[in-house]
Design a protein around this ligand. Sequence first.
Ligand SMILES: [Cu+2]
Length: 396
Amino acid sequence: MLMAAAVPASAHVVSADADLQLAQTIAGSELTVVIRRTPAVPGPLYVDLVAYQPVREQTVGIAVNDSAGTVQLRRDRPGTYPLVLHVRDVGPHELRLTAASEVSVLPFTVRVPRPAPWEMVVYGGFGAAGVMLAAAMVAGARSRRGTALSLGGVGVIAMVVAATVAVVSPQLVTEVRDTGRPNAQAFLTVSPARPAAGEEFTVRFDLADGSTGQPVDDLAVHHAALVHLVITSQDGEFFQHLHPLRTDSGRVEARLTADRAGRYLAHAEFERTDAGGQLVSGAFEVSGPARQVPERAASWTFPAGRPVTIEVHTGTTGLQSWLEMAGHLIVRDQDGTYLGHGHEQMSSTSDGTVATHGPGLRFTVSFPRPGRYFAWVQYVRDFQITTAPHLIEVTS
Ligand SMILES: [Cu+2]
C-alpha cells in the first residue's frame, strides 16, 4: 500500500510527444502532415496526410530514413490519408515529403517515454525495501534476531532513500533553456525576379542567424507549421496563406500564381527553438495588365491602440481545427508595414471531444494606428479552407 501511495504517478514521466502537425503547401495542394506519437522504438511510425480542398490528383511520397511510402491523393477526396512507416531509433529524424518536382525536408524528434534516473532509484528503493523487510520477517520467524535486524535496517534505509527521492523528484526534473537568440535575418528572392500575373513563380526566404550568419536551422513548429507565409497584393485584393517547403538548411520556398499586376508583400512568421516569434517581410513586383480595385465598404470600425473583439459569423457549425485553431484572422495595414494575427482557439468538452465550433468566431486584436486595414478570416469545414476578406476602418 505504501508503495502504491508513494511511487510518483506517471505524470512525472517524460511522455511521448503529442501528435506533431506540419502544414505544407506542396505542388498546389494544401496539406497537413501529422506524425502520430510513437508507442515503441523500433516500431511503426504512423503518418497521416490531411488534404484540403481542392485536392489535386497526385502521388505524394513520404520517407523517414530508409522507410518510404506513397499516398495517392484523389481529386475531390479531401480528408485523411494514412500511411505506416518504420522508425528504428529515438532522437532527431527527417521526414522527406515529395510531390511532382517539389521536395520538403522536415526535421522532427522521436521521443519514447523512458524512466528517468530518479524513477529507477524510487522503484529500486521500494523494491529493495520490500525484499529486505520480507527477508527480515522470515529471519525473525526463524528466530535469527541479528539477521532480521540487519535486513530490516537495510530495508528501512532503502525505503527512506526511495521516499526522499520520490518527494524531491519534482526538483530533479530540470529544464535547460537557452534563451536570447539573435534574430534571424531574412532575404527574399522571387524567381523569376519579376513574375507575370497568371504565371507560377517561387517565393523564397533564406534565413540567416543575425550573429553567426549561418543558415537558421532551428525553426520550431508553431501553429502547426515551421513557417507561415502570407502573400498579399498592395491593394489588398490578393491574399494567400501558405506553408512553404523547407528545401534546404535555413531555406523555405513556396510556389504560387498571382492574379494581378502590381506590388506584392511577403510576410513570413516563424519561431526559433527557445526564442521568440519573428515576423519578416519583403516586397516584389508582378507584371501584367492592371486590374480595377472595386470600392468596398468597411465591415467594422474600431478605435486605434486598444484591444477590440471582432465577431465573425461564418453561417455554419462544425468548423474543423486547422493549424490547431478554429479560426484565423490576419490583418494588414494599407502600406503593408503592419501584419497582425488573431486566433479563435479550439475548445474541448469535458469528455475530451472537440466542441462544435461555429457559427460565430471571436478574435481579440488591436490596431496600432488609425487608417484602413485589410482583414482575412480563415476557417475550415469539410476540409475546405474558406477565406473571407474584410475592410476595417480604424479611427484615432
Ligand atoms: Cu499558417
